[in-house]
Design a protein around this ligand. Structure first.
Ligand code: SF4
Length: 437
């Protein structure tokens, strides 16, 4: 199993598989064409899920931001073609002025910003962890009296704490910036940011309600930053990036946990996310939102349980419940934007993560369905889900026509604005000509 650094990546939203992965792929392609003579332009074809939700997820903009400054780049969307290896396929082509192909590169964004194709897979390049199932890890930890985070420390290089410190810094910045920013999110849905309102309203309630309002506000803040293309941390993906920061920041603010304890909690959460990533998937295009927000909830539940002194079994139970109670969760983002249902879903998952840890810590950790088994079930459920519900925006909430119509109304509004600006401009010209302004 690879490093937990693969779970936590710093990058720009709104989607790890649709922006971070494609940007990394574009950079990789640039290294391949370096020194190649006569390259005049690039052409990038997006397939399957990447093509279907690529516009809303800003995939074209992410790729253009890397390639276009080097050579003129065209991005083509082939929604009706899905390559066999993975639903998120990309073909990069370098062409000369006559359109002759000089270099091609087919690659897949397999979730969490990770890349793979038939000849390489970033997911399996560094085998830092020999054990890949929690049920195999627990007996070892029991034998040596170790915790999950100490196991992470043993398997990773010592720089893991510096790495996680940077991750925690970016997570906190996303919360703070998200709470400070107001206005409408880009994309055309006319969706206003809510985080700062929630934070302000939370202050006027008594302790319990205030705490819950704060938790929501933190999750909304990060997810709204993500939707606006801000800097976030995949945890385990961009679409689900609000859950873990919200839970950890909330616990630090309200219970005073030190940064060191928060980093240990991040390590444990990373271990559980890594097990899912290795044995199943964290890609919405492969298994639906259960693999994104469901896994984020599971990781956050494990982190919270550890912070409150959960045993190995209680932590595993908390993580299991975080995922079990998201089984079957579909991915059906409206208009392909990582906004509805994604943003609110992060707030709900943060809340459910706290419920999962509390529920588990009330028990002695004994439970029937193990974390590993629920991971297997989640993977199979994802395979059984029709592709309509796997980041294609062809089913579920994405088909609500009144919301789609709302989008066209927003476009009309923009046109109206332009029209009235143009009308105002000609009015002013007319007035000027008759000396009125
Ligand atoms: S619905 Fe879930 S999986 Fe789909 S884009 Fe939104 S957060 Fe990601």
């Amino acid at each position: 199993m690879d490093s937990i650094k693969q779970i936590y990546r710093i990058g720009h939203g709104p989607s790890s598989s649709h922006t971070i992965g494609p940007m990394r792929a574009a950079n990789l392609f640039l290294t391949q064409v370096k020194g190649l003579a006569n390259v005049a332009k690039f052409e990038v074809t997006l397939y399957g899920s990447l093509a279907l939700t690529g516009k809303g997820h800003m995939t074209d903009r992410a790729i253009m931001s890397v390639l276009n400054p080097i050579h003129p780049t065209e991005v083509i969307f082939k929604e009706d073609v899905e390559l066999a290896y993975h639903p998120n396929g990309m073909l990069f082509r370098a062409l000369d002025t006559a359109g002759k192909e000089l270099k091609t590169f087919t690659v897949y964004s397999i979730g969490g910003g990770v890349l793979a194709n038939e000849s390489f897979n970033e997911q399996t390049t560094n085998e830092l962890y020999k054990l890949t199932h929690i049920s195999d890890i627990i007996p070892v930890l029991q034998k040596y009296g170790m915790s999950y985070w100490e196991y992470v420390e043993r398997c990773e290089s010592p720089d893991i704490w510096d790495y996680l410190a940077e991750i925690w810094k970016v997570m906190k910045s996303a919360i703070k910036e998200g709470l400070e920013t107001e206005g409408v999110l880009p994309g055309g849905l006319g969706l206003r940011r809510k985080a700062s309102d929630y934070m302000i309203k939370a202050q006027s309630y008594t302790e319990n309600l205030r705490a819950r309002g704060q938790l929501y506000a933190y999750a909304l803040a990060v997810s709204e930053q993500n939707a606006a293309g801000g800097l976030v941390v995949t945890a385990p993906t961009c679409g689900s990036c609000g859950v873990i920061p919200a839970v950890l920041y909330y616990l630090q603010e309200t219970r005073g946990f030190t940064d060191t304890r928060i980093l240990h909690a991040l390590a444990t959460a990373g271990l559980f996310g890594n097990v899912v990533r290795t044995n199943a998937s964290i890609s919405g295009a492969e298994v639906g939102c259960q693999g994104e927000v469901g896994v984020a909830c599971s990781m956050a539940a494990a982190a919270a349980s550890q912070l409150f002194g959960g045993t190995l079994r209680q932590i595993e139970y908390a993580a299991e419940m975080g995922l079990e109670h998201h089984l079957g969760l579909t991915c059906d983002p409206v208009c392909g934007l990582v906004q509805v249902p994604c943003i609110e879903r992060n707030a709900f998952a943060a809340s459910r993560a706290l419920d999962s840890y509390m529920f588990a810590n009330f028990t002695d950790g004994t439970h029937l369905v193990s974390f590993d088994r629920v991971v297997t079930v989640m993977n199979q459920t994802g395979k059984d889900l029709p592709s309509l519900y796997k980041e294609t925006s062809l089913g579920g909430l994405a088909t609500l026509t009144d919301i789609r119509n709302h989008l066209s109304n927003i476009d009309d509004f923009a046109k109206d604005e332009q029209h009235s600006k143009a009308r105002g401009h000609s009015e002013r010209k007319k007035r000027k000509s008759v000396g009125l302004c």
